[in-house]
Design a protein around this ligand. Sequence first.
Ligand SMILES: NC(=O)c1ccc[n+]([C@@H]2O[C@H](COP(=O)([O-])OP(=O)(O)OC[C@H]3O[C@@H](n4cnc5c(N)ncnc54)[C@H](O)[C@@H]3O)[C@@H](O)[C@H]2O)c1
Length: 316
Amino acid sequence: MSGRYLVTGGAGFIGGHLARRLADRGDRVVVIDDLSSGLEENVPSPARFERADLADPATYERLNDETFDVVFHFGAQPSAEVSTEDPLRDFDSNARGTFLLLRWCESRGIRRVLHASSMAVYGESDGPIAETAPLLPRSFYGTSKLAGEAYARIFGLRGLDVTIFRMFNVYGSGQNLANLRQGMASIYLAYLLDDQPIHVKGSLDRFRDFVHVTDVVDAWLATVEAPVTFGKAYNVGTGRRTTVRELVDALGVAYGFPRGECPVRVEGATGGDIQGNVADMSAMQRDLGWQSKVTLEDGLAEMVAWAKARTGNGAR
Ligand SMILES: NC(=O)c1ccc[n+]([C@@H]2O[C@H](COP(=O)([O-])OP(=O)(O)OC[C@H]3O[C@@H](n4cnc5c(N)ncnc54)[C@H](O)[C@@H]3O)[C@@H](O)[C@H]2O)c1
């Protein structure tokens, strides 16, 4: 069934992948993005593209000539590091932008909204984190994402069918390799492409849950027409704990270094950074039978091949 979809942040990494998947199956896609961290090349060519700020009420007037079945909301300031330096911008894009979008959806009778949240809404945890865990963000970014979730819930009570995705560390082709402030895997890969040792800010023993963008897009699309997911928040991860040291090793191998010989420089730390977290994926498994498929090794191989082809850096 072909549909009409609005993808906010569709010039970004994850939104761009999802917009392309929809466009490839022949759906009508409109992308709205201010290109603050996204790239116009990520917008699939058949899509209508509006460069505009979600935090500006005038933006929505530009969309009133369209009707949409579903809104996929990715548009946000996505970096915890940037949020520390410019919390007001983070607030505008992530909290105010989400509120204005939801209010516009309600006014236009668009009921189905899928919302990108983050594991940053949780605090610190040793074991797998379930959706019922306390929501204690440690950064301005996590706080603004939690505000977005809270607005989504309120509009849910007023009639919208909202599903929230708390995504863990998403990686894969299409990440912005020029942005050294967002995305652990892409930042580390950018150092290798530049023939530099990977600069790790913080301990190699920190751990994360790395989920490939293909899996993430699959999870979102599996949810669109599943009423069981309405009004709920879901983790999107693999459930697998990977230390920064393991990531560096796996990335080094994918890049062509002998195992254990990837050059690394450990120096400094990022304010508000957490020791680690990993997703408890039972809720998605229970409600949708969904689980991630792409292994870290395969996902990194895909990402490295894409990056080398893009930069012409096939030396190693
Ligand atoms: N990448 C991850 O690991 C990850 C993890 C959890 C959550 N998320 C969330 O997923 C979403 C997509 O993240 P991403 O990794 O693709 O980042 P991204 O930077 O590639 O994509 C975000 C997009 O939103 C756009 N944008 C930002 N502020 C905007 C505004 N005010 N108006 C219009 N467009 C705006 C940017 O230009 C960019 O294209 C974000 O909401 C982010 O918070 C990402």
